[in-house]
Each structure stands twice: as structure tokens, then as C-alpha cells.
Design a binder for this molecule. Structure first.
Ligand code: DON
Length: 308
């Protein structure tokens, strides 16, 4: 049974909050360093359209790497699997999200679309006549998935990341040299940093997680927003690479498709049951929300969430 009461969910949040003190807010993107590390909020969006939440759920978070799974869906809808996976691979790396190491061993394409190199290659593929149109398409798609046309992006966070993106810039130049991408790198970085700065609350995140949980169908309207094959492919990457080099342990302890971001967001999809949106900005050493991961562990045991 999924959680149906706020009181119950609040208790689980209080339990998981004990771990936030051990984490650290991301500061390599200067604007993210302003977050309060003790915060933890969660929303669960069920397949019948009902929602339960706990914590300060009105707090907004930027998607950061959670956006990678959504741009992957859009690129797959634009071009199909064969074209997308000619530019990016299927395999987990076991390395940190911004590592350049494996690109040297497999220079023809980044190993998967969830690491920074792979996500940059995917954003490179997003259709549009200019950078504004490409970003607009990503934003509109995400608004549709969340059923919320008010979703926008934080210009402050986008700008802050763009100015300090030299590692991602390096990944792009490496891939340009090897023919993976062939566009103006600054333009690509502007689209990518805005995509990462798309801003929403946990409830929006849980709704998107629920669409993926339901294989691409929005449960309230019954509209298909993503083809089932694309939704399944995205969820597979969430299992194998969604929590970076902690994906193996997360699969053992929690056992659901999930995607994290350095702002402290985690989007979870419990297949055919519900979507989860979490915001807890204190991160562990691998860049995943420490309270959020703990909360999912507790929830998984209590609500029998593991698919394994
Ligand atoms: O490209 C970056 O470094 C960030 N915009 C996103 C990285 C991220 O969220 C990694 N997540 N844990």
C-alpha cells in the first residue's frame, strides 16, 4: 500500500531528516550554495490522481540532472532510438557524474545519457531552429509532463552555472573534437544550463515521476504524453545510472527507477503505482540528496516499493 496520510509521511521525513547533517549543499554552482541543508520535503502522486506530501513542499528546486532523463525522452521522441544511441551509449560508468575519464577510452560517444557528457550530447540533439526554440521545446515538454504551464527556469541559477561551467565546456570540446557534437559550444551550454535550471516544486516532480511510472500516460487525463517504449527506456536508465556511481547500492536498498540532481532533487517512479518528488539539498559524497536517499530507503521498506 502506498502512503495515504500526511501524518505517516511526516514521521518518515522526520526520521530521514536526522541524516541531513552529514551532507553538504552543492557549491560548485555558486547559486546552489544558498540552499538550507536541513530541508527535506516529499510528495507522492498516486495513479488515481491523489497526492500526499510532507515538509515545506512549496519550496522550489532546480531540476539539474533530473532534466537529463526528460531531455532523453524528448530526443527519443524526436529521432528514435537508433539515432540517439549512435551518439550516446547504454552502459553505466561507475564514475562521478562529471568525469571525463571514460570519454578517453570510448571517444566516439559518452557511455550513457545520465552523465554530464551524455546529457550534453542529448541536448545537442534537441530540435529547434535556434537556442531559444530548443530550450522552449524542452520547457514546454516538461510543463506538459507536470501538467503545470507556470513552470519556468531560474535565470540566476542558469547564469551562475554557465559562468562556472568549464568542466562541462571541456567535455563538450572533447566530444566536438571526436565528432560526437558539431555545434557552437557556448550555444549548447546555454541551452543545457537553462534546462538544468528549470524550476518546480516536489509536487510537480512527483507528477512527472508518475507519468513515467504509468509508462507515459498522465493518470488524471489519461492522455499519453510519452510513448510506452520511450518511458520504459528512460526508467531503465534511471535504474542503471540514475543515481550515478551509487546506482547499484540504491537498486539494492530502494529498488525503484529514480533520478537525482545536485540541487537535492530526486524523482522516483514506482512502476504502475506512483511518482515521488523529493527535495533535500544536503548531498552525500556522490552528489545525491542524503536525506532523500534515506527517505526512499525507509519508504521502500515500509511500502514494499522495490521492483526486485
Ligand atoms: O552539469 C552539471 O554539473 C549540473 N547542471 C547537473 C549535475 C547534477 O545534477 C548531478 N547530479 N547529481
Amino acid at each position: 500500500m502506498p502512503c495515504r496520510t500526511t501524518k505517516e509521511l511526516n514521521e518518515l521525513v522526520q526520521e530521514a531528516k536526522k541524516y541531513t547533517g552529514k551532507g553538504k549543499v552543492a557549491d560548485y554552482i555558486p547559486a546552489l550554495a544558498k540552499a538550507h541543508h536541513e530541508e527535506l520535503s516529499v510528495a507522492i502522486f498516486h495513479d488515481d490522481g491523489t497526492c500526499v506530501s510532507a515538509g515545506d513542499v512549496k519550496q522550489k528546486l532546480t531540476l539539474q540532472s533530473v532534466s537529463k532523463v526528460l531531455t532523453l525522452a524528448l530526443a527519443l521522441m524526436d529521432y528514435g532510438e537508433e539515432a540517439v544511441f549512435s551518439k550516446v551509449g547504454y552502459e553505466p560508468t561507475g564514475d562521478p557524474f562529471n568525469s571525463i575519464v571514460k570519454l578517453e577510452f570510448s571517444p566516439s560517444k559518452p557511455l550513457n545519457p545520465m552523465i554530464n557528457a551524455g546529457a550534453l550530447a542529448v541536448t545537442h540533439m534537441i530540435k529547434g531552429k535556434n537556442e531559444e526554440e530548443r530550450f522552449e521545446r524542452i520547457l514546454t515538454f516538461i510543463q506538459q509532463l507536470a501538467g503545470n504551464s507556470a513552470i519556468g527556469y531560474s535565470a540566476e541559477v542558469a547564469e551562475s552555472e554557465y559562468r562556472t561551467s568549464d568542466l562541462n565546456r571541456a567535455l563538450c570540446y572533447f566530444m566536438k573534437q571526436h565528432g560526437v557534437i558539431d555545434e557552437d559550444i557556448e550555444e549548447l551550454l546555454r541551452v543545457y544550463t537553462k534546462q538544468c535550471a528549470i524550476e518546480m516544486d516536489c509536487l510537480d516532480l512527483a507528477r512527472i515521476g508518475c507519468v513515467l511510472a504509468m509508462d507515459g500516460v498522465e493518470p488524471r487525463t489519461n492522455l499519453r504524453l510519452i510513448p510506452a517504449s520511450v518511458a520504459r527506456l528512460c526508467k531503465t536508465f534511471m535504474v542503471t545510472c540514475g543515481m550515478y556511481n551509487a546506482s547499484g547500492e540504491f537498486a539494492v536498498r530502494v529498488g525503484i527507477p529514480a533520478k537525482s540532481g545536485v540541487s537535492g532533487g530526486i524523482m522516483g517512479s514506482v512502476p504502475n503505482r506512483f511518482g515521488i518528488g523529493i527535495f533535500g539539498p544536503a548531498l552525500d559524497e556522490k552528489g545525491n540528496s542524503i536525506g532523500g536517499t534515506k527517505l526512499l530507503e525507509i519508504m521502500s521498506a515500509k511500502y514494499n516499493m522495490s521492483m526486485f
